[in-house]
Write a protein that binds this ligand. Structure first.
Ligand SMILES: [Zn+2]
Ligand SMILES: [Zn+2]
Ligand SMILES: [Zn+2]
Length: 122
């Protein structure tokens, strides 16, 4: 063993746990896998994931903060509800449109605009 391919270790900047890395590696890791995973999760939270508390069962749920109207109920309770219609103003044409509250992702655009946007993409 010449030791050239031996792994080196560096302490994690957060928890101090030794992280092993190849000496040939250009970027020496600063954080261990655990801390990186935690960091990623924290970033997700910062990037606009919010936790809402269900008005019905009190359960918390994480939803993207960019939804225009934060739901009052968790997905489960929303699914149990009789199909409720949500009315929203379309971001594209400004027209009011409605959709069932049970859909996972509430649309920002009316059906027409959604179709137009789809066509543009492809
Ligand atoms: Zn760590
Ligand atoms: Zn609920
Ligand atoms: Zn529209």
């Amino acid at each position: 063993m010449r030791g050239q391919s031996a792994m080196k270790t560096t302490p994690c900047r957060t928890c101090g746990k030794p992280i092993s890395y190849k000496p040939a590696q250009k970027h020496i890791p600063k954080y261990c896998a655990d801390c990186r995973a935690k960091y990623k999760k924290d970033q997700q939270t910062k990037q606009g994931m919010v936790t809402i508390t269900c008005k019905n069962c009190g359960k918390t749920e994480t939803i993207p903060a960019n939804v225009q109207h934060w739901p009052d109920l968790c997905q489960e309770c929303r699914a149990k509800l009789p199909p409720q219609k949500i009315t929203r103003k379309c971001r594209g044409c400004g027209k009011m449109f409605s959709f069932p509250a049970t859909v996972k992702h509430w649309p920002n655009y009316c059906r027409e605009c959604q179709q137009k946007r789809k066509k543009k993409k492809s």
